[in-house]
Design a protein around this ligand. Structure first.
Ligand SMILES: Nc1nc2c(ncn2[C@@H]2O[C@H](COP(=O)(O)OP(=O)(O)OP(=O)(O)O)[C@@H](O)[C@H]2O)c(=O)[nH]1
Ligand SMILES: [Mg+2]
Length: 384
């Protein structure tokens, strides 16, 4: 789908991208409950989501946490989701979120696999067109590193080099003329952080230290983004997310390993346990992602409306400019949000009744969008 609001994740293998996506969808659905708007998925996306949910359920019903129970992603996956009024499949607000095997982020490992080499250009194109860059951070790696050797291994385990390189590309693209006045948001999302919080069934008291460590370790990456986007604004959001919510880290194991060049390093393996039996998955703060995406759409919509009224004042040039912009983010705003799709359809149908009904749905969609965008953030979440 070309006309859609795009988001991408950049994080190494096993950090928790795919589980995060599932949690985002679950929280979005609960935000939408009772609103008359639903989260529609195309067939492929629906199949993927259903598989991810089944895998997660199986993992939970085993009652014993098994870090290997969710097989990592094997290929590139676009999750195409549309916020849609019930009974109306022709308009809606389309989002497209990219997931892929985290090992592809590493140029060395990418070069080793045909599938990765073939699909990476498409991944990179999606990333550079994204409004949102979502950076999942394995909180346990940051928090459990104590010895110098362990601390030394953190940067590699979190994939700093590769994440930073992609963040730079993303930020640079935000400066291109076609993206310059779009909204942009960078989300730093610590995952596997249940142990450090006391607001979701746990007793942790370490949230301040986690925040401090993320600030410190990701300062360079945030700096790179800011440096590349000096003349525009990029929102930076800190959002520690529980995707399971019902687990605790029992022990962090540091294992001797070798990096790609054969140098000695350490690998990290977290041993988790379900807090309660039967475990109940309780995502926390995952709604932040949809909230931020909706904020982008709402602010884009405001800009677009403002421009339209300017153009209506017979400003020929502005009208021309607007036409040439009708692709990417602005195309999606104009077409889906401003209701041009409906207007076109209604002119064809020419029925007053259909028109009113469509207007009602459009209004409903807009209300929900604004409500989600305006929701107050989870207490864990901060704007940096
Ligand atoms: N405790 C805990 N474990 C998590 C959380 N999120 C993910 N996991 C576990 O982390 C492992 C990796 O999760 P995935 O979602 O498959 O990771 P990924 O980033 O998609 O991995 P690749 O597809 O290989 O790139 C799984 O065993 C999950 O059960 C979390 O918030 N808390
Ligand atoms: Mg995955």
């Amino acid at each position: 789908m070309t006309l859609s609001f795009k988001a991408s994740m950049v994080g190494p293998s096993r950090v928790g991208k795919t589980t995060l996506l599932t949690a985002i969808l679950t929280e979005t659905e609960s935000m939408l409950a009772g609103s008359g708007i639903s989260l529609a998925m195309d067939e492929t996306t629906e199949r993927r989501v259903s598989k991810n949910r089944k895998d997660l359920r199986r993992a939970v019903e085993a009652r014993e946490f098994d870090a290997a129970s969710l097989g990592g992603s094997q290929s590139m996956a676009l999750y195409d989701l549309t916020l849609q009024a019930a009974g109306d499949s022709t308009t809606g607000i389309p989002f497209s979120i990219l997931d892929y095997p985290g090992r592809w982020l590493d140029p060395v490992r990418r070069a080793e696999a045909h599938e990765a080499r073939k699909n990476w250009p498409a991944c990179e194109a999606h990333i550079t067109e994204s409004l949102m860059l979502l950076v999942p951070v394995e909180a346990a790696v940051l928090m459990e590193a104590v010895t110098p050797a362990q601390r030394g291994a953190v940067a590699d385990l979190l994939g700093f080099e590769d994440v930073q390189a992609m963040a730079r590309k993303w930020a640079r693209a935000r400066n291109l003329p076609e993206h310059r006045d779009e909204p942009a948001v960078l989300v730093l999302a610590p995952l596997k952080c249940e142990k450090y919080f006391d607001d979701n069934g746990g007793k942790g008291r370490d949230s301040a230290r986690l925040r401090q460590l993320v600030r410190e370790k990701y300062r360079t990456i945030v700096g790179v983004v800011q440096e590349e986007t000096k003349d525009r604004s990029v929102r930076v959001i800190y959002a520690p997310i529980d995707t399971y919510g019902c687990v605790d880290l029992m022990e962090g194991e540091w294992i001797d390993a070798h990096d790609a060049d054969g140098d000695a390093t350490l690998d990290f393996r977290g041993h988790y346990r379900f807090r309660e039996i039967p475990p109940e998955v309780r995502p926390k703060a995952a709604g932040t992602v949809m909230r931020e995406l909706c904020r982008c759409v709402v602010s884009g919509q405001e800009t677009a409306e403002q421009r339209r009224s300017e153009a209506a004042r017979a400003d020929h040039e502005a009208a021309l400019e607007r036409r040439s912009e009708r692709k990417g983010f602005w195309g999606a705003v104009e077409y889906y949000v401003s209701g041009e799709a409906l207007e076109n359809r209604n002119t064809r149908r020419g029925s007053l009744q259909v028109m009113t009904e469509s207007q009602r749905r459009r209004q409903q969609l807009r209300t929900v969008l604004e409500r989600i965008a305006g929701q107050s953030a989870d207490e864990r979440v901060e704007e940096w």
